[in-house]
Design a protein around this ligand. Structure first.
Ligand code: CA
Length: 221
C-alpha cells in the first residue's frame, strides 16, 4: 500500500511517515503543493494525507486539480482546528475524510486504515480470499486460520493482492507499490518474493498469468 504524505512541516511529515512505515505502508512525501500535484497526477497511491496550508499551491487547489483530472484515490485532509469552512470546502472538493491539527498519530492511523479498507470495498479489518486472511490491524497473514511468519515486504505483497483479489495485477504495479518509484527493482526480485510466499502459503494461492501478472482469486460467489 503506497501512501503519499503532503506536509510542509518536516517534523509532522516525519512523524506521519514513521507511523505509516511501522504499520507496513510504503510512505512517500511531498513538501509543497506543486510536487504533490505532480506525484498524485502521475503515480498511483492507495491514499493521500494532504495538509491544506502548503507552499506553491494550497492543498485545496491540489485536490481540485486531481479530482477534475479524474484521480480517485482516497484523500484525508489535515485542517486547522476550528477552521470549519476549510473542512466544508475540502469535503466539497472531494476529500474523503479530515483530521484537525494537532492530532494524535493513533487517530490518524485509524482513519488511514479505514479509508484504505473502504476504498477497496472491504468493511472489515480482516480481508479474506479463499484460505487466506489478511489482518490489517495486526499485520498478520493467516492460512486456514493459522498465522504464518512473513516479512514486512511479503506482508505488503499479499495484502495488496488480496485487496485486489480477482484482478490480475501487473508486475510493474506490484513493484511500484512494494518498493516505491525510486527503487529500480526488477521483475526477478519480485518473482523471488512470490516463490518464497508460495512455500509459506501453499503453491496455489498466488497464480502467475504469464505475460500479464499475478492473481489471488476472488472467493466463489
Ligand atoms: Ca502546512
Amino acid at each position: 500500500m503506497r501512501v503519499l504524505v503532503v506536509e510542509d512541516e518536516p517534523a509532522i511529515a516525519a512523524g506521519i511517515t514513521a507511523a505509516l512505515s511501522a504499520s507496513g505502508y510504503q510512505a512517500e512525501t511531498a513538501a509543497d503543493g506543486e510536487e504533490a500535484w505532480f506525484l498524485g497526477d502521475t503515480e498511483n497511491f492507495d491514499l493521500v494525507v494532504l495538509d491544506l496550508g502548503l507552499p506553491k499551491m494550497d492543498g485545496l487547489a491540489v485536490l481540485k486539480r486531481w479530482r477534475s483530472a479524474g484521480r480517485q484515490m482516497p484523500v484525508l485532509i489535515l485542517t486547522a482546528r476550528g477552521a470549519w469552512p476549510e473542512r466544508v470546502e475540502g469535503i466539497d472538493a472531494g476529500a474523503d475524510d479530515y483530521l484537525p491539527k494537532p492530532f494524535q498519530i493513533e487517530e490518524l492511523m485509524a482513519r488511514v486504515r479505514a479509508l484504505i479498507r473502504r476504498a477497496a470495498g472491504h468493511a472489515s479489518p480482516v480481508i479474506t480470499a479463499g484460505p487466506i486472511a489478511v489482518d490489517t490491524r495486526q499485520m498478520r497473514i493467516l492460512v486456514d486460520g493459522v498465522a504464518t511468519v512473513v516479512s514486512p515486504l511479503e506482508y505488503r505483497l499479499v495484502a495488496y493482492l488480496v485487496h485486489h483479489k480477482g484482478r490480475v495485477v501487473p508486475p510493474g504495479e506490484l513493484i511500484e507499490h512494494l518498493y516505491g518509484d525510486d527503487d529500480a527493482r526488477d521483475a526477478n526480485a519480485l518473482e523471488a518474493v512470490i516463490t518464497r510466499l508460495r512455500k509459506k502459503l501453499g503453491p496455489e494461492i498466488i497464480e502467475t498469468r504469464r505475460g500479464f501478472g499475478y492473481l489471488v482469486a476472488a472467493d466463489p460467489e
